[in-house]
Design a protein. Structure first.
Length: 139
């Protein structure tokens, strides 16, 4: 039926379909329904979203990308700098023969604890930010 309405049938198929329509009341009624539907669809137009909708959409996308990348880069940088600084500090302590072994071990454990806490806090903040239902609310 749709092929018939859109003039997509071959002459032979069109002739067979029209002969069928003469004998079949149900198909004639259905064809009329399709014609009405086609007319309604011709009058329908796509409604363009308002500019403010697009602005909000792109702002959210860019903000998420920028913030995500910013958090990742800041976290990695902080971890690298703190680990390196702590390593250099521990290396200086380890090489110093006047400092006892217990202080050296304590400093190393302390450094590992600080780095672990830093990573944990950063992961928690990122998780909370991503799952905050009210982050888009403006005061």
């Amino acid at each position: 039926m749709v092929g018939y309405l859109d003039n997509e049938l071959s002459p032979e198929a069109k002739k067979r379909f029209e002969q069928h329509l003469k004998r079949c009341r149900e198909c004639r009624e259905e064809l009329e329904d399709f014609k009405r539907l086609k007319e309604v669809m011709k009058s329908m137009k796509y409604k363009e979203p308002q500019d403010i909708v697009w602005q909000r959409y792109w702002a959210k996308v860019y903000n998420r990308i920028e913030r995500g990348i910013g958090w990742i880069l800041s976290s990695i940088g902080a971890i690298i700098l703190l680990s390196y600084g702590g390593f250099r500090l521990i290396q200086g302590l380890i090489k110093n023969p006047t400092i006892s072994l217990i202080v050296k071990i304590g400093a190393l454990i302390f450094l590992l604890g600080v780095v672990t806490l830093l990573v944990s806090i950063i992961r928690e903040r990122v998780f909370r930010y991503r799952h905050d239902r009210y982050k888009e609310v403006k005061i």
